[in-house]
Design a protein around this ligand. Structure first.
Ligand SMILES: [Zn+2]
Length: 169
């Protein structure tokens, strides 16, 4: 007995036919999506709170990293990353830096960044995301007061070993 060829197409999702649904079903679907989104925001906020991370400031134009155009999460390993124009991003350097700032804010992190613009076709944005961002002289969000300066704008807490970008007062 021959087995039928395996169908590799993905299963159709109910939302594929969204346009043909009756209005009441469309409305119910959108309401459900909206409440799922709210629940995700609440879960994220709770998770950050449990980690001792302050919630993102109110009034941020974005609610999560998903709303940004670049894959910032990939560069949030604490290391320094050099993003190259034409390879990692296109368009204006200022816009990339603005996105980086938003990415840091929405995740409660700190950001050290630098623009490098030597010539046309030689444009880079350097970014390093830190665990936190604090004013110079302030304690670590964990309460630790002993911070080791890695360099002028980066410190590591001796208590929790998290890093902080130091904001001048
Ligand atoms: Zn600490």
């Amino acid at each position: 007995m021959n087995t039928p060829p395996r169908d590799l197409r993905r299963n159709p999702k109910p939302s594929d036919e969204f346009a043909s649904w009756p209005p009441s079903a469309q409305e119910a679907y959108l309401t459900m999506k909206e409440s799922a989104k709210r629940a995700k925001l609440e879960r994220d906020a709770l998770r950050l709170k449990q980690l001792g991370v302050p919630p993102p400031p109110v009034g941020l134009p974005i609610a999560s990293l998903d709303e940004l155009t670049l894959p910032w999460e990939r560069w949030m390993d604490g290391r320094i990353h050099r993003l190259k124009h034409g390879k990692h991003f296109t368009g204006d350097l200022k816009a990339v830096l603005e996105e980086a700032r938003l990415a840091a804010q929405v995740t409660g992190r700190g950001l050290l960044s630098l623009r490098e613009q030597m010539a046309k076709n030689y444009e880079y944005v350097w970014v390093q995301f830190t665990d936190y961002s604090i004013l110079v002289g302030d304690p670590c969000p964990c309460g630790g007061r002993k911070l080791i300066r890695v360099h002028a704008s980066l410190a590591r807490c001796t208590r929790c070993s998290k890093t902080s970008a130091l904001i001048p007062r």
